[in-house]
Design a protein around this ligand. Sequence first.
Ligand code: AMP
Length: 341
Amino acid sequence: MEKKRETLPTSRQVVMSGIRPTGFLHLGNYFGAIRNYVKMQDDFDCYFMVADLHSLTTHPDTKELKQNVHRVIAENIACGLDVDKAAFYCQSHVPETAELYLYLNMMAYKGELEKTTTFKDKVRLQPQNVNAGLLTYPVLQAADIILHRAKYVPVGKDQEQHLEMARTFANRFNHRYGDVLPEPIAFNYNQPLLKVPSLDGTGKMSKSENQNATLYLADEDEVIRKKVMKTKTDAGPVKQNSTKPDYIENIFELMHLVSREDVFKKFEEDYNSCTIRYGDMKKQLAEDMVTFIAPIRAKVNTILNDGNYLKEVMEKGAAKANASANATMKLVREAIGLKYY
Ligand code: AMP
């Protein structure tokens, strides 16, 4: 039943992404996602959201939800997100999300959801709460994106599989009901999606796991220095131009993110000529991290103290997001055939 449907004209490509309010944001969130939000907001129609509904799948206790939502808003703005350029809103302020989630659930099959890597990880982490929301997490994420008919989704490497699933659901919808929904793609300016490694080299930086090996945008200078200085190193290479062990590669990767190019190159050369002093490298990295994080931390605290401003931001964002969601849902309902007069 292939039917061509009208799609509403948009002058610019649409972008959508979100971050869960489940704790303090960290360097992984910044370099995997927020950095691109800030870059993209000038050239695209951007919808960025605080994914509060998603957080309920893993954090049913909502005692800290409000303060976490406020913090995520403040941290994004402190990093450069401009609420006059992008629509920046809370997921629960756009109720059409839940409606689209329902329709897309009919496009998703139990078997494929059970095979999702993040689902399997979360089952391992919270065996006492394997709820249906956890299973259908990729469907809700697809709904968030498709609700604005977004094409590009700036995310980190961990979201690659979810984006693939969002494309599958959009594609199935189009096949069944007509060509209404664009298929979204993960976006990082044609570069591979990023995974910012944890400081101990055992995984990625994360809001809730591995806290001592994660650098948070809220970390005080001394905490940053301590965390960086504790990273694992060894006696150094003995053969010129040798391959770096993972834990050393991680330190270089982090340096590449925050230090000047010439500083990074100097330590690369030192490594390749077996003259590297890891103590000096870590001191340099710690100072460059402090220089990067301290101004963001200070801005966050100022924004958090202004409750009226936070409310205005949320209201403005919700109005923009609701307008876009309503336009999409009109097309979706008609395409499905939910129109009886
Ligand atoms: P989350 O913290 O899971 O809500 O993720 C919010 C955004 O940050 C998503 O786009 C993730 O892909 C990205 N992200 C989270 N952790 C990392 C990391 N360690 N490296 C790169 N991107 C990340």
